[in-house]
Design a protein around this ligand. Sequence first.
Ligand code: EPU
Length: 336
Amino acid sequence: MITEKKDFSLLHYNTFGIDVTTSRFIEYDTIDELKELISGSYLSEPFLHIGGGSNLLFLNNYEGTVLHSCIKTIEVVDETPDAVWLKVGSGVVWDDFVDYCVKHNLYGAENLSIIPGEVGASAVQNVGAYGVEAKDLITEVHTINPEGEERIYSNADCKFAYRYSIFKEPSGKKVIVTHVCFRLSKQESYTLDYGTIRKELEKYPAVTLETVREIIIRIRESKLPDPAVLGNAGSFFMNPVVSESKFEEIQRDYPSMPFYVMGEGRMKIPAAWLIEQSGWKGRSLGPAAVHDKQALVLVNKGGATGRDIIALSDAVRLSVREKFGIDIHPEVKTIN
Ligand code: EPU
């Protein structure tokens, strides 16, 4: 069913908890309904398609149409002795998909437990955590554009990279994801080498999908604030990638700086570390703050506007630039 609401509050549709409205809010359950909206020229005016609102920062009321998919199907489209291919609706809550995989003994998605958001956005953003990215599982992305043309993107067509896909490029921005297809393994296999996962597993009698999911949930919950309690959008910044020479220059002064080797003379430095070293961890600017348990996360302490969050983000970025000569960039999408 298509539902349409006028002057609708987006407070519960962005995890930062920013109190803005949209002129029109439309939800749909099926691809045929989305096509009906397109042929009714709803998408010829300014529109924004949101998912779970876990990566958005609204600066103003949105003068246009906000669309939200409620396509919530999970279908098995193929199966071999080794693997299962699932076609998942864009409106499925990401963690419901992970839970489905774990409950059906399908391996691959468990490290991505309780990432906020919905399946459609997981392909746009290439969500990732604990050594796994959505791109490792995605086989196809089914889309429709505002002209009503359907296109299936293969994994390679999507140009996936760290928190990046073709759907973030100007040409891909208006493309609407309707379904994402994933390949999950039926063979027992895990990715356990990130951070403290292996150490945590020692407390359990056996490694199973359930125990890995449980550990990931525990690690995330210990560091990342629950948006229902403290508005936030997960990592606010991306981890910067720098040249080896820049990295060595900083390492001379900070021998214990954490890093990831990216290859081709590039090094990734955790933005959380840069922010903490710049003195911002746990600090506030008005109603916005840098989270006290994970410096990569900006939080709304209550009543913050999008501009309050940006003021904090700008102050943090300036400090990091002045101290380390590195520009850090928001991962969160700002809507003006
Ligand atoms: N660190 C600090 N201070 C802090 C937090 C972390 O110095 O306040 C240091 C840690 O000591 C560690 C390093 O930074 O050496 C990395 O920290 P962590 O493992 O927590 O990962 P991250 O780089 O901060 C990334 C993702 C997260 C994902 C985790 C786990 C990005 C932007 N963020 O965070 O993704 O959950 O790895 O894989 O890549 C998200 O995108 O919303 C998100 C939460």
